[in-house]
Design a protein. Structure first.
Length: 605
């Protein structure tokens, strides 16, 4: 049977299966698509019967082929002995591009070379059991399929066919377009009318809601999907919002196009808010007076930036930092003249990232906060002071151990701020980075269990106390695997996307428990700090040059167990520790031997 005929048959079966629900047809489609996929992985063991001889014996050249659908290239890239077990290397596939070749448990896999989030080289990442973790931000990809399994990011890796010949030559077959793009959007199937009345309503148009919708479709859900989004935009990359100037074009930030959502049969109601949930009737009320009936509901409404209750806080040119509009409003207010005195309230991630990105656009920059140093409560005094020096070398001033008590204005515009320590600072712009509150007030009368802080209690499958209602992202008070499944609310894009994926799998009854390993990062003045783990530490161990901001910090609890690791310019240590935690392993101070502090990294796969 020709490839063309096979593809036509698969397409017909795929459409027919939508409404027929025929187990026979669906089974045939699953079997056929696994064989005929245009970008796939087959990892062959050299010792497996029937696999030898697939690569041409003694061949070392590159073969390019044009078939009926696309352009492929084949090349012998190395010998099977060129990689040790649990090793990965980058190889050229002829002159068409490069692949990441991985050898694990005696088998070879080949995937794209760069993380699909921001392009980090995966060869420098952490190789775990069956997956590779990005060294920069912790995204994880399955080495057999290339599928993204932990986040941030939306796209998967292209995956290539690998064969091993009689003489041990390893050949890779790849689609040329995949080699060039280095990313793959997971197949969403054929958009079709809803046949059984199933409807998943997702309240929240952020990364968590978008990931949930995509996962539902790529995992075979054929019912209706509706996303209720407060913002006027399609889901976009929120990590750029606190980098003033980096989000000047919403089109470049949006994760997917309108065409993608149309083809995926995903409905997005923009500029729309949920006002009430009626679990007994399975209804979501919207602010335009309409109601949507659901069979499953995913709540991912996120959080709102907090505004402290101080006089003058409602003056013009006082900004919070949460969405695209905030970013563009700050940028437009600063302008190009560098004539604005800027004050930032908050010494944590949002405040510092905003101050770093605004500094060159401002006449003066002062950061105010109750902490004793930038990020001092997280990283400690020594690291905090080094970060402070980095900022001060760029002209940024600090007011520590204090806060703003009053905003003064003229003609409705802010002009200065008064501090608790008696200082008055000129302020043409005030940017607030002092925490958030949860968007959950509309759930108060729903019967859904809400904590005193406003977060939503969920189990290890993200289901609330009411069946078929799930919650994730910032608002979820969810078990954290890395902290003995203690329930916590953690606001971070990578975790929110992971929640979206896990919620979708459980909505589909593909029982999936959370294995949360918190992973954070921040970039200020070109220096990136990464952090994995969680918990309050009793002591730390610092390795490296703190003053030069090239270090690793180990955080210990009272039993000398390592509960978190942070680093600057020492990749991929944090990703290796995150993978260790994901596998349920523990690290103690006694394991950090003086002669080989990082011996533990050899035991993560």
């Amino acid at each position: 049977m020709s490839n063309y005929v096979k593809q036509k048959m698969v397409s017909w079966l795929k459409i027919a299966a939508v409404c027929s629900r025929s187990p026979v047809i669906q089974h045939y489609f699953q079997e056929s698509s696994s064989i005929m996929g245009s970008s796939f992985s087959r990892s062959y063991s050299p010792n497996s019967c029937g696999n030898r001889g697939v690569a041409e014996s003694g061949g070392t050249g590159t073969i390019s082929r044009m078939d009926s659908t696309t352009h492929y290239v084949e090349s012998v890239v190395c010998n099977e002995n060129d990689l040790k077990d649990n090793e990965m290397k980058v190889f050229e596939v002829g002159e068409s591009g490069r692949v990441l070749l991985i050898k694990q448990k005696g088998e070879f896999s080949a995937v794209g070379t760069k993380c699909t989030h921001y392009g980090a080289p995966l060869v420098s990442g952490a190789l775990g059991d069956g997956r590779v973790r990005c060294p920069w931000h912790g995204a994880c990809f399955n080495i057999k399929t290339g599928d993204i399994e932990d986040f941030p990011g939306f796209d998967s890796l292209p995956c290539y066919q690998v064969t091993v010949g009689e003489k041990g030559e390893v050949k890779v077959r790849a689609k040329v377009s995949d080699l060039k793009s280095n990313k793959r959007i997971k197949d969403i199937g054929v958009a079709a009318p809803v046949c059984d009345g199933a409807v998943v309503v997702i309240v929240g148009g952020g990364p968590s809601g978008a990931t949930c919708a995509e996962t539902l479709r790529s995992e075979g859900y054929q019912g209706r999907i509706t996303i209720v989004s407060k913002e006027p935009y399609l889901p976009y990359d929120r990590t750029k919002v606190s980098k003033i100037g980096a989000a000047s074009n919403i089109e470049t930030l949006q994760a997917r196009s309108q065409e993608y959502y149309q083809n995926a049969n995903i409905e997005i109601l923009r500029n729309t808010e949920a006002t009430k949930v009626e679990p007994d009737e399975r209804l979501v009320h919207l602010n335009d007076g309409t109601k949507i009936r659901y069979s499953a509901l995913y709540l991912a409404t996120g959080s709102a930036p907090r505004k402290p209750d101080i006089p003058g806080i409602d003056l013009k040119n006082v900004f919070t930092v949460r969405d695209y509009e905030d970013n563009t409003n700050i940028l437009n207010t600063l302008g190009d003249n560098k004539d604005k005195n800027v004050v930032v309230l908050g010494l944590s991630f949002i405040g510092l990232e905003t101050a770093s990105s605004c500094n060159e656009k401002a006449k003066s920059m002062t950061v105010v906060g109750k902490d004793f140093a930038p990020l001092g409560q997280i990283f400690g005094r020594e690291i905090g002071q080094s970060l402070g020096k980095l900022f001060e070398d760029k002209g940024v001033k600090f007011e520590f151990d204090t806060t703003i008590t009053k905003c003064n204005g003229e003609n409705g515009m802010i002009k200065s701020v008064e501090l608790a320590n008696g200082t008055t600072l000129p302020a043409d712009v005030l940017i607030l980075g002092v925490g958030t509150t949860f968007y959950t007030n509309f759930l108060r009368d729903s019967g859904i269990e809400i904590t005193p802080t406003g977060s939503v209690n969920v189990n290890d499958r993200l289901e609330t106390n009411i069946k078929n209602i799930y919650a994730g992202g910032d608002i979820a008070n969810a078990p954290v695997f890395a902290k003995n499944n203690t329930q916590m609310s953690i606001g971070h894009i990578g975790l929110s996307q992971y929640h979206g994926r896990v919620a979708a799998l459980n909505i589909l009854k593909k029982e999936t428990k959370l294995k949360t390993v918190p992973y954070f990062w921040t970039t200020v003045f070109g220096k990136s700090i990464r952090y994995a783990g969680c918990g309050k530490s009793n002591s730390t161990l610092v390795d490296g040059d703190v003053d030069g901001l090239k270090f690793v910090i180990f955080f210990f609890d009272e039993s000398d167990k390592v509960i978190a690791v942070a680093s600057c310019m020492r990749d991929p240590i944090v990703s290796q520790f995150a993978e260790l935690l994901y596998q349920g392993k523990s690290l103690y101070k006694k394991d950090l031997k003086a002669d080989d502090l990082y011996a533990w990294t050899k035991n993560i796969n």
